[in-house]
Ligand binder design. Sequence first.
Ligand SMILES: *Cc1c(COP(=O)(O)O)cnc(C)c1O
Length: 463
Amino acid sequence: MSRSAHPAGPRHADVMTEGHYTAPPADLNALDEKVWARTVTRDEDGVITVGGIGVTRLAEEFGTPAYFLDESDFRARCRAWADAFGRDADVFYAGKAFLSRAVVRWLQEEGLNLDVCSGGELTCALDAGMPAERIAFHGNNKTVAEIERAVAVGVGRIVLDSFQEIARVAHIAQRLGKRQRVQIRVTVGVEAHTHEFIATAHEDQKFGIALAGGQAAEAVRRALTLDGLELIGIHSHIGSQIFDMAGFEVSARRVVQLLAEVRDEHGVELPEIDLGGGLGIAYTSEDDPREPHEIAKALGDIVTRECEAAGLATPRISVEPGRAIVGPTAFTLYEVGTIKPLEGLRTYVSVDGGMSDNIRTALYDAEYTVALASRTSDAEPMLARVVGKHCESGDIVVKDAFLPSDLAPGDLIAVPATGAYCRSMASNYNHALRPPVVAVRDGQARVIVRRETEEDLLCLDVG
Ligand SMILES: *Cc1c(COP(=O)(O)O)cnc(C)c1O
């Protein structure tokens, strides 16, 4: 499957699943609560509001494009995950979905831990006061400098991803006179039911050490012999945007099998297993995500059952939701610039952002919905494609969606479920200024990541 639109246009490209929506929704003004943040609604004038503030006011104050994040929804989701997993498990928010210092403080206040996968993410976490022992460090190619820093500050765990890294972390820890707590990331041979480019646990990929062929068992053997390491468990992350628990079931079974092998061979019962993240959210009304308590129950049951069968004490479980916490909490607000009806095809609606603030549609063929946000309309629905202002025909934000046919330049439109992997993957393509993230809560709006300025762009360009 090719990953970008064909230069000759979408009708020539094999990735454009034409006519995904066969019929417009019954009510174009309705906001499906599955895809919108919890406090989002329309006021009596038909304006979309979040945290009690209308988008027209937000656009005036903060400009467009901008991400508006429902802080009380974010906090509620954190609490739901923490409560669902309870005291015998740990929830690590995957910082790569979206990280800022405010987010780190919310996580602390709501009792969550944090996954980072780069020195930059680690800096953000520490700067905002996250205790190092509540941080897990991931990545398939951590640099020596990153490892040194993580060990020196005392992160709670480093997730080892290769044989070289086992030796490297052990060596660094020993040199620093420390014993670093580590997990080993294994690939369990599960291909999660999701887009190929975001599936990560089948074996032909860069992450982890394969269970197959005794590789993971060998990794455990080495880790157990090295003085600088305290091996606390096994880690598995099988993909992203997963709805089906079957993949986790196979994954948990295989990880528990490895724990049993480790006990048989070394007489050691590793105390923890981490089942990763990847839980899906609703991007459109067709998606049906599970609630945290259902996920916690399903995972807990699987692990307990497998451990009983293997005669093992149930290890402590951890999970790493990123998207499932932050994804639904934000929407991107754009202003409509130009509107181009293509007879017999669709109407192209150009907005003031695009692939620089949401690369997921171009990168993963992701699906989104969109709503007219600054007013309601009773006009007939028109099939629209929301596109950005960048110099790429693949610069598409929403591939297929219905908008009212009286849509006009200057209208505000909102794309929901953009909290995860949008700002964190944003780029400066075409020297775009990356949009701000504004947290809204109880009638108060506060910039947590400010909009880039042209000075920001030029200050990196040393001339
Ligand atoms: C990306 C990632 C996650 C989070 O994935 P989501 O789909 O955002 O839940 C969790 N763990 C690891 C190791 C990851 O790489």
